[in-house]
Design a protein around this ligand. Structure first.
Ligand SMILES: Nc1ncnc2c1ncn2[C@@H]1O[C@H](COP(=O)(O)OP(=O)(O)OP(=O)(O)O)[C@@H](O)[C@H]1O
Length: 233
């Protein structure tokens, strides 16, 4: 099966003195348009896996293909290019520039893609419509509620039309009602052109994704999908 994300026999061992084996033989294929929750107890390897999917870390061994690119074959500069053009990131802490407008927070994310200023603004407006924030375009980011701030961060991530949206505990700083809205928004963004992968401790967030991959001690111990049924390992 061809996937937008393909991991084969991936191990990640952090260097001494800890020499922790964070991932211990991960085989995972994620197809275009899937929504995937990666779950597991603290220390199970979720963040490490997300960093590898996001090309922020390289595996110690095994192969990783992201949007068709074989990570081990690419230089750091080429990997940055993959990150900038094929991946979008959303974090628990939002990471907005509070003094900038909502529009500028989203548009500036496109500078690294070499998009001209006028197109940056058009794409940013489109993305803000998509996340339901058209009414807040001129506000400063610092004036927004937590849920609105996360919507801006999601707009920034999708404005570049990434193949994969990677989210790290995206509802972690939100109350449960707002978190549920953000979860619905994220799963609704998935489609033929966009795949959503998030890590979470929250069982309701995980259940809202069509596939759940559960890690224990750096291994996948269950992989459940409403589309294809359960594959336990
Ligand atoms: N930079 C690092 N150097 C050494 N060990 C690390 C490093 N980062 C993570 N680890 C170890 O790797 C293992 C997996 O960590 P990871 O952060 O991926 O787990 P996690 O499932 O995301 O946990 P949490 O839910 O607490 O964020 C843990 O034992 C952790 O201590």
């Amino acid at each position: 099966m061809n996937g937008v994300l393909e991991l084969s026999a991936v191990r990640k061992v952090y260097p001494p003195p800890t020499a922790v084996t964070a991932l211990d033989g991960i085989d995972l294929v994620v197809g275009a348009g899937e929504t995937v929750a990666i779950t597991g107890a603290s220390g199970a390897g979720k963040s490490t896996l997300l960093s590898i999917l996001g090309t922020l870390e390289r595996p110690t061994s095994g192969t990783v293909r992201v949007a068709g690119a074989e990570v081990s074959a690419l230089s750091d500069a080429a990997l940055s290019e993959v990150r900038a053009t094929r991946l979008g990131f959303v974090f628990q802490q939002f990471f907005l520039l509070d003094r900038l407008s909502v529009l500028d927070n989203v548009a500036t994310g496109l500078i690294y893609r070499g998009v001209p200023p006028r197109v940056r603004r058009e794409r940013a407006v489109e993305a803000l419509y998509e996340v339901g924030l058209a009414g807040r375009i001129g506000h400063r980011a610092g004036q927004l509620s937590g849920g609105e701030r996360q919507r801006v961060a999601i707009a920034r991530a999708i404005a570049g039309r990434p193949a994969v949206l990677l989210a790290d505990e995206p509802t972690g700083n939100l109350d449960s009602a707002t978190g549920a809205e953000i979860t619905t928004l994220l799963s609704g963004l998935a489609g033929d052109a966009t795949t959503v992968v998030l890590i979470t401790h929250n069982t309701e967030v995980a259940a809202a994704m069509r596939r759940q991959v559960h890690l224990r001690d750096g291994r996948i111990v269950s992989d459940t999908s409403v589309d294809t049924g359960e594959v336990s390992r």
